[in-house]
Write a protein that binds this ligand. Structure first.
Ligand code: SAM
Length: 352
């Protein structure tokens, strides 16, 4: 089990945690999670959320931090992502959130619908990107890979799913794909340059590779994300866990997509930045919708997201993590906190 792999590594000492600005896990249990009655958050959130009530109740049906399941042994894979039913729902919601952030687009590369014959989606999750792409490109063969079989079986005829660890040598021959797609693979990749070398090798000349990733940091321009808030702690704990796992979450921070593509030999590399005001605080309707979906995604399985990095890797107790999650939820629902994420698509072409 992946959880055992992480537990074998020594935990960060209190001094090491302090050095990277991580508050002790017990800190969160000393703070109140009760809503401030003067906060106008509740009413605005309630009206926004009422339309998603049935969705939420399904999602929270088996809410528990214990007994979360993860992928089985598969190459060098160590995934922080649960693969149980609840987290599959979260991944489905995530697909919608990412698509909304990209204004409904599935990709940014200038693909020619008449020429694209074969596409791969690495780390496809529940496969919704691959399925949507296949619907948009009915004459294209679309392969989705993952280390865990959580993909549906009712799929378009031009989609197939394969189990494969992308940290190992890819098994496809050179020049196989017109498009190699990788989305949200942070905290999972041992060597980003090696990953893009494989993408380059398997990409056809003239084909494209594209990667979408979000930055872990909650930014705020007005200081409303306070330094000791749960939002400010978020990326510190995730990033420390990534270091311990040897699979960085700081892909955006270190510009690893562009650097990896450049080093592999891709040309015409393009970058699209995204702004995601998490929650429902933004006045702009389009941005508020992006923020709402991102909030719904996070809340759909917050403990599932945190269980592996916080508990298994960083050694928090499930009770500490649950209280931290409650603080984070409270902040996500407070429209006076103007936290936002950044995200980035990078795509490049393999020269002819
Ligand atoms: C954050 S999810 C992203 C899913 C999908 N790409 C999306 O954007 O909706 C990461 C996915 O990568 C898979 N994964 C983790 N390690 C992997 C590896 N070494 N090779 C292939 N897939 C991996 C996980 O099982 C999970 O489904």
């Amino acid at each position: 089990m992946a959880a055992q792999t992480a537990q074998q590594a020594p935990l960060l000492s209190n001094e090491e945690q302090t050095a990277v600005g991580i508050l002790p896990a017990s800190h969160w249990q000393q703070q109140s999670t009760v809503e401030d009655p003067n906060d106008d958050a509740a009413s605005s959130i309630e009206s926004f959320m009422s339309s998603t009530a049935s969705l939420s109740s399904t999602i929270f049906e088996y809410r528990t931090i214990h007994g979360r399941t993860y992928h089985g042994e598969m190459g060098n894979a160590e995934s922080w992502e649960p693969n149980d039913e609840r987290h599959k729902d979260a991944l489905d919601i995530a697909h919608h959130a990412y698509t909304v952030v990209m204004d409904g687009k599935l990709y940014m590369a200038p693909l020619d619908k008449k020429k694209v014959q074969k596409v791969v989606d690495i780390g496809t999750g529940t496969g919704l990107w691959a399925i949507d792409f296949a619907d948009e490109f009915p004459n294209t063969e679309v392969i989705g890979t993952d280390i865990t079989p959580i993909q549906p079986s009712w799929i378009p005829a031009n989609v197939k799913f394969e189990l494969d660890d992308c940290n190992r040598e890819w098994t496809w021959p050179d020049n196989t794909f017109d498009f190699v797609h990788l989305r949200m693979m942070f905290g999972l990749i041992e060597d980003w340059e090696a990953l893009f070398r494989q993408a380059y090798r398997t990409c056809k000349p003239g084909g494209y590779t594209e990667s979408f990733i979000k930055c872990g940091t909650f930014f705020s321009d007005d200081g409303s994300v306070k330094d000791d808030s749960a939002m400010a702690q978020w990326h510190r704990v995730w990033n420390a866990a990534g270091k311990k796992m040897g699979r960085t979450f700081e892909v955006y921070d270190h510009d690893l997509q562009r650097k990896g593509m450049e080093a592999a030999g891709f040309v015409d590399i393009q970058v699209q930045e995204y702004y995601i005001p998490v929650g429902v605080w933004h006045q702009d309707k389009n941005l508020a919708e992006k923020g709402l979906w991102w909030k719904i995604m996070m809340e759909s399985d917050l403990e599932g997201y945190l269980n592996y990095p916080f508990n298994a890797v960083m050694g928090w107790t499930p009770a500490e993590t649950a209280v931290y999650a409650a603080h984070l939820r409270k902040e996500l629902n407070n429209p006076k906190i103007h936290g936002y994420f950044k995200a980035r698509s990078v795509w490049g072409r393999k020269p002819e």
